[in-house]
Design a protein around this ligand. Structure first.
Ligand code: PLP
Length: 497
């Protein structure tokens, strides 16, 4: 079960936590979570999955993160095999218990490290890919063609050829022109191509504007054109239309848009089946299932997409009821990414510098000051923090037993003003223990999705490594880069073409 804090305590409080799975663990006392700066002196206290404290240090899956940071170059990611398995099981059970004909395809764009793909494979689910590279990785870890669906708006001939050759479950066709291209490639390769047609259901969603994907943007074909696309597809020899695909966005914190999207898709399924007399195999409703990135449900308002109080069973209840009532024989595909991996990883970073800077009023008179902590982790490691203004909760790993009783501004190391971390609840400030200082280890929570794959080397910074806790031991899953990696692709001196 995903832990969603629904309570806020009026005083500093201790919570006894006995983590759920696997290793021998001690009950622990934790001070985790952010203090709402507007409610000074009150602690919104929660515990995250697989987080605990021991001897004043934060542990993840029972591994002391401060000790780990003594041994490894910071910043680095730590994943939990146990949490990935729990998240897969929660989602799969929510849907399959209501609509047994549900298949889960992990959206590998959320994290395509081979170890992560292997974990979801071991958990018994399939995979969704978005490029020839992700397809190659999926095949590399042993997914069969039948376990792969391939999305994307601009697939190259080479990518389509690889998909057709692998005999994947479905190439999700995004446009009329792409349908022609799939047909040409399949004809050349001499193999059939199973496809699904991506439709733009035009359903508004309350999420980050750039995470809305069914609103007239670049994805899919309009509903009113879907019948024509379908007819075209059915007339092509090697192309077999197996299903429809939609995806309304990411971090969708209410159930209602799914209901509207699925209703529209089912209308189309019925229309297409009536016109061609053949049933479709599946409806793929994409991903988007949300993760809570803030502590207190009581502070949530509907427009704040960092708050997620809805759970997989809420989505499953609504969606499966619709499918069961109208098309009970239709297989349902879901493509979760974020939900599977977000809270299955933390990012461990270190305070490298600190300073106090004055706050000035409009007449440049000092009216207070700000305490800055400068970390070794910036948006080269957490790109979404800058690109999407994504908020991650921070916790002191070094002082996990101390109350977060002071406000700090957190900055990264990059030579860019945008390289600052958004504070608690969208404020400028993060609450951490007063004594937090240089050398302390700071942990960013819920960073498992869309971080590893979006790291950059900007500013000449080698990409961070990633480790995982698996069967009670820490394993390396992504080697930390070195300075040599910064120039690995450089051709210098330059060579003639
Ligand atoms: N499926 C498709 C087609 C997507 O574009 C995405 C990401 O936006 C996903 C699935 C996964 O979404 P999420 O990580 O929010 O579950």
């Amino acid at each position: 079960m995903k832990a969603v804090a629904r309570w806020s305590l009026p005083v500093w409080a201790l919570v006894s936590v006995t983590p759920l799975l696997g290793l021998r663990r001690r009950p622990a006392e934790v001070y985790l979570g952010a203090l709402n700066p507007l409610k000074r002196g009150s602690l919104v206290n929660t515990h995250g999955p697989h987080l605990s404290t021991r001897d004043g240090h934060l542990c993840f899956d029972d591994v002391d993160l401060v000790e780990l940071a003594e041994r490894l170059p910071t910043p680095f990611f730590v994943y939990s095999a146990g949490r990935i398995a729990e998240n897969v099981a929660t989602l799969r059970d929510a849907f399959q218990s209501r609509h047994p004909k549900t298949e889960v395809f992990f959206a590998s764009k959320a994290c395509s490290a081979l170890w992560v793909l292997e974990q979801v494979k071991k958990a018994g689910v399939s995979v969704e890919v978005n490029s020839g590279g992700e397809l190659w990785k999926a095949l590399r870890v042993g997914f069969t063609g039948g376990q792969i669906v391939f999305n994307g708006v601009a697939k190259t001939r080479g990518e389509i050829e690889a998909a057709v050759t692998a005999g994947i479950r479905a190439i999700v066709v995004d446009s009329f022109r792409e349908l022609e291209r799939v047909n040409e490639v399949a004809t050349d390769v001499g193999r059939p191509a199973d496809v699904a047609l991506r439709i733009d259901v035009r359903v508004p969603t309350e999420t980050h504007p750039e995470m809305r994907t069914a609103h007239g943007g670049k994805f899919g074909v309009d509903l009113i054109d879907a019948a024509e696309l379908f007819a075209n597809a059915c007339s092509l020899g090697p192309v077999k239309v197996r299903g429809l695909h939609l995806h309304i966005g990411s971090q969708i914190t209410s159930v209602e848009p799914y209901g509207r999207a699925v209703e529209k898709a089912l209308d189309l399924v019925e229309q297409l089946e009536a016109s061609c007399g053949e049933p479709l195999d599946f409806l793929d409703i994409g991903g988007g299932y949300p993760v809570p990135y803030v502590d207190a449900a009581d502070a949530c308002d509907a427009a704040d997409y960092f708050c997620a109080t809805t759970m997989p069973h809420d989505y499953a209840e609504a969606i499966c009821a619709l499918v069961g009532a109208r098309c009970p024989d239709l297989t349902l595909f879901i493509e979760p990414g974020r939900y599977v991996v977000a809270d299955a990883a933390v990012l461990v970073s270190r305070v490298e510098s600190e300073k106090r800077k004055r706050l000035l009023d409009a007449s440049d008179h000092p009216v207070g000051d700000e305490h800055w902590l400068l970390l070794d982790c910036g948006y080269h490691t957490l790109l979404e923090a800058a690109v999407m203004q994504w908020r991650y909760r921070t916790v002191s790993a070094s002082r996990a037993g101390e109350p977060p009783d002071a406000s700090f501004r957190l900055g990264g190391p990059l030579c860019d003003s945008a390289d600052v971390h958004i504070g608690d609840r969208g404020t400028l400030y993060s609450r951490l223990p007063l004594a937090t200082s240089i050398g302390d280890v700071i942990v960013f929570r819920d960073v498992g999705a869309y971080a590893l794959d979006t790291m950059t080397q900007y500013n000449g910074r080698p990409r961070a490594g990633a480790y995982a806790v698996e069967d009670g031991r820490v394993v390396v899953i992504l080697r930390p880069e070195t300075n040599e990696d910064l120039v690995a692709q450089d051709v210098w001196p330059a060579e003639p073409l």
